[in-house]
Design a protein around this ligand. Structure first.
Ligand SMILES: [Zn+2]
Length: 212
């Protein structure tokens, strides 16, 4: 399977291409840059299930820093004060950084449902819901970015499960374990689809504001 460095490199390149591609569609440079960054992060998300400490530590640290920032417009809209906002951001940081990392280690199986197409959709929905903006295009661009990064990871993991052995191409034991819709664990699969359904419903409710 592809290593941490390969994943970051590929998703960052995807992010730069994505940011450059969407910029002419009426996005300002800062938004295009943010979309590129979210794409880069998306490429690291599937390995949150990995038990080797470094990726989990790096990524929960990053998620802990980035997610509260994405929430700032939503917190501002909620009308809470400056101090309360800082307190909320700090609290979210610690919850993700420590409790989140603990739960991930306890609950996940490497190459389980974190490496799947529904998990990619969940990542997109989380970004869409977290980032509140009157401009739905920005929310969709960021959600699209994280999903592109996520997909780049899944595809890379699949590619790395192919051994090019002279002219014979052979699949190793990880083949088919990244770009998938269900995992051998029915429990993991059910939890994943329940989350997808719940977030999909929330996003549907949330999108009603744009139809008024
Ligand atoms: Zn992976």
């Amino acid at each position: 399977m592809a290593g941490f460095r390969t994943h970051i490199t590929v998703s960052t390149v995807c992010g730069i291409v994505y940011g450059a591609a969407i910029k002419p569609m009426g996005f300002d440079p800062a938004t295009a840059f943010l979309a590129a960054g979210v794409t880069g992060v998306g490429g690291m998300l599937p390995d949150l299930d990995s038990d080797s400490g470094i990726p989990v530590r790096e990524m929960t640290g990053l998620a802990a820093a980035v997610l509260p920032m994405l929430l700032i417009p939503r917190l501002t809209n909620a009308g809470i004060g400056h101090e309360a906002m800082i307190a909320t951001v700090v609290l979210i940081y610690f919850v993700i950084r420590y409790l989140g990392a603990y739960l991930l280690r306890a609950a996940s199986v490497h190459r389980g449902m974190f490496h799947s197409i529904p998990a990619m959709a969940i990542a997109g929905l989380v970004v869409y819901l977290a980032y509140d903006s009157p401009n739905v295009k920005i929310r969709l661009a960021l959600a699209g970015g994280v999903m592109i990064g996520f997909l780049s990871h899944l595809v890379l993991d699949e590619l790395y499960s192919v051994d090019f052995n002279g002219v014979r191409v052979r699949l190793n034991s990880f083949a088919g374990s990244a770009v998938k819709f269900v995992s051998p664990s029915w429990f993991g699969t059910c939890v994943c689809y329940l989350m997808l359904g719940g977030l999909g419903w929330l996003a549907f409710k949330d999108s009603q504001q744009y139809l008024k």
